[in-house]
Write a protein that binds this ligand. Structure first.
Ligand code: PMV
Length: 358
């Protein structure tokens, strides 16, 4: 609430100049959670804190053209084609929160967006696309009232557009959700963990093994809602808080064993929660389990500190330190890619956060 009032009072409420027009652009990355956000309350407030790696290669690149107009106008293009369905979703967000951005009512906006990852890869794009969109909107405001870009504000509005998007605006790693184990943490926006992690995590790799690029049978929105009646929810939230405490310590000290233990347990818990929802559902595929077993066996044999995590879908994220990348990538090519759709995997790693394009 405190931040909400601050940004409400700061919002530019005057008339935009008659010759006001131009173009802004931001690229914003996807992120992969280690401690998962699963279950929410109120206005996109998480039931438990979450921690993620910010990715490098999976990004949305968004440009926004603006022009002074008598009334609000909005068009949305994805990959060069007008996309009214997605446009409506974004327009609704804009209209819901127009008190924070009242100047939009004097502008005609055209948004052009694309993802650097394939459309059919099953990689969720809402975190990258919504954060890129919010940053463009803020960039326009900053053209009217010259001020420094406020990443905390970007995280706050990205969260309102799509929960996990709150974490995409920071480099390396981010924490979203209030926890007594991290000063300054908040349910309303994410904070950067960049200065509180061991160097080994700053160059971590994530090979995204594409088991299926099909659209999920149950959306994340529906999955969050099912947590409200999940009998295991209280135990889950308690466990997530415990995992946050222990993961924060492990990230600081560079304790890879604890990192591996928590990451894999969190991934399996997320899917276990889906299996004990009512109605129950399963998003993993047979090859998801084959990959998990191969990864665990290879770790046992080689003692390489690598592990898996899962998003709300069948694809497997294989996480490992930069120092092991040669051996692990050979393993991915020779063994793991066999279980991937069309042998496809994305060679990603921890990234530096959003970039201004224009
Ligand atoms: O941001 P949403 O509403 O799409 O939810 C994301 C949920 C997970 O990706 C499964 C976990 C997370 O913390 O990113």
């Amino acid at each position: 609430m405190e931040m909400e009032n601050k940004w409400l009072s700061e919002a530019f409420k005057g008339a935009v100049p008659d010759d006001f027009q131009g173009k802004v652009g931001w690229a914003s990355p996807s992120n992969i959670a280690l401690v998962k956000y699963w279950g929410k309350k109120g206005k996109q407030i998480p039931q438990n804190p979450s921690i993620s790696f910010t990715l490098s290669e999976c990004r949305s690149e968004t440009f926004m053209t603006y022009e002074k107009a008598d009334q609000f106008g909005f068009r949305f293009f994805f990959d060069g084609k007008e996309n009214p369905a997605f446009g409506e979703k974004i327009e609704k967000f804009l209209l819901d929160y127009q008190t924070f951005f009242p100047f939009i009512n004097q502008l005609s906006l055209t948004v052009e967006s694309r993802n650097t990852f394939p459309h059919s890869s099953g990689i969720a794009s809402s975190a990258s696309s919504m954060s890129a969109f919010v940053m463009c909107l803020m960039a326009i405001e900053n053209q009217i009232v010259k001020k420094q870009f406020d990443f905390q504000k970007a995280s706050y509005f990205s969260r309102l557009a799509s929960g996990s998007a709150a974490r995409s605006v920071f480099p390396k790693m981010a924490l979203w959700g209030a926890t007594p184990y991290y000063e300054g943490s908040s349910d309303e926006y994410a904070v950067s963990l960049e200065n509180d992690i061991h160097p080994v995590f700053k160059t971590f790799h994530d090979s995204i093994l594409i088991v299926s690029g099909e659209t999920k049978s149950v959306s994340s929105r529906a999955g969050h809602a099912l947590m409200e009646s999940n009998p295991y929810a209280p135990a889950r939230y308690a466990q997530a808080n415990e995992n946050i405490k222990n993961l924060l310590a492990a990230l600081k000290s560079g304790d890879l064993d604890t990192f591996i233990n928590i990451s894999e347990s969190e991934a399996l818990q997320l899917h276990a929660l889906m299996m004990c929802s009512n109605p129950s559902y399963i998003l993993m595929k047979p090859n998801t389990l084959k990959l998990i077993n191969e990864i665990r066996e290879f770790r046992e044999e080689t003692k390489i500190p690598m592990c898996f995590t899962l998003d709300a879908g069948p694809n497997v994220h294989l996480l490992y330190p930069e120092s092991e990348s040669k051996t692990v990538e050979e393993f991915v090519d020779v063994v793991l890619s066999f279980y991937c759709a069309d042998n496809r995997w994305i060679d990603d790693r921890v990234g530096d956060g959003p970039k201004k394009l224009l």
